[in-house]
Design a binder for this molecule. Sequence first.
Ligand SMILES: O=C(O)CCC(=O)C(=O)O
Ligand SMILES: [Fe+2]
Length: 274
Amino acid sequence: MTKWTVDYLSQASNKEVKIHVSTVPQMDFLSKNFVYRTLPFDVFVRRAAEAKHTEYFISEDEKYYLRSLGEDPRKDIADLQKQFPLLACDIQIPEYFEKEHFFSTVFRISSAGLQLWTHYDVMDNFLIQVTGKKRVVLYSPRDVPYLYLSGTKSEVLDVDKPDLKKYPLFVKAKRYECQLKAGDVLFIPALWFHNVISEEFGVGVNVFWKHLPSDCYDKTDTYGNKDLIAASRAVQILDRALKTLDELPEEYRDFYGRRMVLRIQEKTYSSNYE
Ligand SMILES: O=C(O)CCC(=O)C(=O)O
Ligand SMILES: [Fe+2]
């Protein structure tokens, strides 16, 4: 917590990193109000730590976000031991899971003010806040009907002042909120939605691990956010079923659609939930 100063981090690596650059604090994956740029790690850290920049891409008060990646992000998984060996030496991952279940360690380095959209990941996760403060808002997987998902992300970007005309059901989502200070570790269970605001410049490291048998996970997933193989297959099959229902006249499609919803509820909903 005291060692990872801007100076210390900068001397540890000048490796090129791909970063999000945004002129506004709230990144929007729908309108894509941010751009991807590349900087040497040391330059990036210095820029992320300052509020106003003398050198910048878009504007002097642009904000930065690093989610570190593997060497080849299409094939390789983020692992600080591999990409930032000098810094990885400083980290000791708590022994809460079997070593074989380890998936990735990811840098989360952010300018003050930056907000990352609400999303879920498919693996259990420790979000370790090393320096800086962060506010995390969480929602249960059960609140998925109120979160207006687009893939793994919620379209409700502003969780504090949501557009209720557009997202009327969002009021039903139960918000869990916490503050992370330097030294805090947050356990984010798989499928739990999280929205993160970095209230100060800060460095976080998150650790994903496979809490399910490894053959459940999509082998091409380097981020820890691709749906489980069986889940993707089921969704594909559902899409085919929906296409088939389209062959029916409206009245019948409605009737069998409702029956299928009932069947899915009956067969899949767990009572084993708070
Ligand atoms: O802290 C952040 O910047 C985002 C963390 C996150 O999304 C994660 O750990 O999965
Ligand atoms: Fe995440």
